[in-house]
Design a protein. Structure first.
Length: 261
């Protein structure tokens, strides 16, 4: 979209300051000037809205089940955590800091061209302890309440039977999924990442201390999520915004308009 904006904007500028003055009075604009000039203001408005206010995203995987389903189209508030310049993502002004329990979109640290969505579990300075499927933050265990079972089909038609549990992080009460037979962390999948020395892993789980200016993210589908357990912490510079609304789902119209908790 940025390249399209630059192209149409350049046509508009060239015509406004050069070509228009050279055209004979009464002659219509050539199509290759008329069309870009017509689209330029529309593209500019959409670009500004997506860059500074709200941007749509589509959920591609089940890592945030049961909160977000594959195929959900969501809206992300781009100014919740500060005003940033588009493209270069330089923060111009702070507004709010991410809070524990919020669902956040961010650029994947290992490949910033990809957008990921997870839940904020650890804030800068937090000590995250996740062993035997029990989460502790700064030594305090996060209580879980059983909420039945949750069955779904993964990509490849694999049937998954999981336990649904209610968890509260900060002000956010939400459901998570746990598969009791799956390890808390797959040690073979742990990458080498910045501040890796802040973490200690074993067969039961891990302990991590979140470095300054970074966040620890986890998927609600705890045993089917590639998250900070494996590729590390999310720096503040990678933050895109706060997910707040499901605005469309082609397969389930009842989800339209649901807020993201």
């Amino acid at each position: 979209m940025f390249l399209l904006l630059v192209f149409t904007g350049a046509i508009w500028l060239v015509d406004h300051f050069v070509l228009r003055k050279r055209r004979e009075r009464g002659l219509p604009e050539p199509w290759w000037i008329e069309y870009p000039k017509s689209f330029f203001p529309v593209i500019l408005i959409v670009f500004l809205l997506r860059s500074f206010l709200v941007e749509p995203f589509k959920i591609p995987s089940g890592s945030m089940l049961p909160t977000l389903l594959v195929g959900d189209f969501i809206l992300v508030n781009k100014f919740s955590y500060g005003v940033r310049l588009p493209i270069v993502n330089i923060k111009l002004a702070d507004i709010n800091q991410p809070k524990r329990g919020e669902v956040m979109v961010f650029r994947y640290p290992e490949n910033p061209s990809l957008d990921y969505i997870k839940r904020v579990v650890g804030l800068p300075g937090d000590r995250i302890d996740y062993k035997n499927k029990r989460l502790r933050i700064n030594g305090e265990e996060i209580k879980l309440m059983p909420d039945g079972e949750y069955n779904y089909v993964e990509t490849g038609l694999n049937f998954v039977a999981a336990q649904r549990l209610m968890e509260q992080l900060g002000e956010h009460r939400h459901a998570i999924l746990v598969q009791p037979e799956v390890s808390s962390v797959q040690l073979g999948g742990v990458h080498v990442f910045p501040y890796r020395d802040n973490c200690a892993y074993n067969d039961n789980g891990f302990i991590c201390t979140v470095p300054p200016g970074h966040y620890f993210m986890m998927g609600d589908n705890r045993d089917s999520s590639s998250d900070s357990r494996y590729w590390g912490f999310v720096p503040d510079a990678n933050i895109v915004g706060k997910a707040f609304l499901i605005w469309w789902n082609f397969d389930n119209f009842k989800r339209i308009g649901q807020s993201i908790k």
